[in-house]
Design a protein. Sequence first.
Length: 510
Amino acid sequence: MPKPISSNPTLTSEKLAQIPLHFLDFAKKPEIKDWMVGIRRKIHENPELGFEEFETSKLIRAELDKMGIHYKYPVAVTGVVAFVGTGGPPFVAIRADMDALAMEEAVEWEHKSKVPGKMHACGHDAHVAMLLGAANMLQERRHDLQGTVVLIFQPAEEGGGGAKKMLDAGALENVQAIFGLHVSSAYPIGAVAARPGPILAANGFFEAVINGKGGHAAIPQLTIDPILTASNVILNLQHLVSREADPLDSQVPFLYCYSEGKRKCPFAIYKTATIPALSETPENFVFCHSFSTQQTSSSSPPCYLPFLLTSCGTTIIRKNIILQVISVTKFQAGGAFNVIPDSVTIGGTFRAFSKESFSQLMQRIEEVITKQASVQRCNATVIFNTDERPFYPVTTNNEVLHEYFRKVAGDMLGVQNILEKKPLMGAEDFSFYTEAIPGYFYFLGMKNESQGKFESGHSPYYRINEDALPYGAALHASLATSYLLENPLKHTNAEGMFEDEPERSFHDEL
């Protein structure tokens, strides 16, 4: 194992606050980085699908054993929950997902997947390596931690809802906050991107069987053609987004007003002359200092209410993000060229950025499929199989944690490398955590043009820039360490006075 960072249980609070600033330098040391790279490559060579990550979990537990870190296993079939620190409150969690995808790797390199039809094409192998790297740094500073860091090694993010099963198993019991990341080829190495509020969409799966009457292709008048019906269904499903969703509501991004360098309430900003459905930040975006009629008091900072405000020819409108997408990705019918089949199966996903919009889409998808089928003399059954593929809620970043993240990441990477991310229609089961407790999810850049193009996730040509591993490990460790330092847990005694929570051992938690 790599040499430890020096640890001293008698450090002052000022010196404790300096510890996170050194994590990145430590993570970049050749012996630390090479160790993480080695772990990542072992996992990459042996990809496992959701709830089948037995060898991946075995590797994780072996590394935790070497570090002397206590853990629970199994949690949600293959998951591992480890603990570093005092064993007592406060508790903060950091998470990595472990599962691979059912696809063939097309990248020819020394550590290509050895399992036919399976590949780590979304960076989860890197996520595990970074969380183990953070575990190493945290364990070496365990005497300085002002509480307990909970390490979540989670199965089945790719559609299996592993996060929900981890929650149901009690993985976040007593945890006050959780942080997670995802590598991204959209941002440069050494940069991160995130936003407060909704960042990733809610996601659901549907499947429909449309039954007609098969027959010879030469005499379609004697059949009830389910293929033609399914084709019309697919076209009409797209009307739900183009004709039933408000085009302004569905495309309005959050922009932020700043006053003296500090972000205020979120608003979407437009010129009064035209109010387009914007997908990009407008060039004429306004930096507002204050609207005195909307301030809550003369002594408080500007606090704008969600009303229509105008100033200097500019209109400011408070809007929610209500993006919607329906994608039909499955169409299965007959196998003969001259036979109209009896039935067709279609399926796909639907996504939205609010519970109300998501529920409405679900209801309308079923109505459109069944009623359109009826119009064309077919009948249809719609299935939302939430047991195998649970609906993912909207991933929502806590506002307070956003400011905290900007500070910690800014101290490490520089404020110029903390980027604002637009809402993304992708989904993440990290959303189950953010529904349960305050959470924060961000994207870790790995783009480096000198190393060629890095494809986006779920591509057979997907590659990881392993230079990003130290950044992820250091951010994990810094966010957890600083959170414990800044959020000491207090409770009241019999007299109602606050006192420090007594330290407990790991055995009390296990």
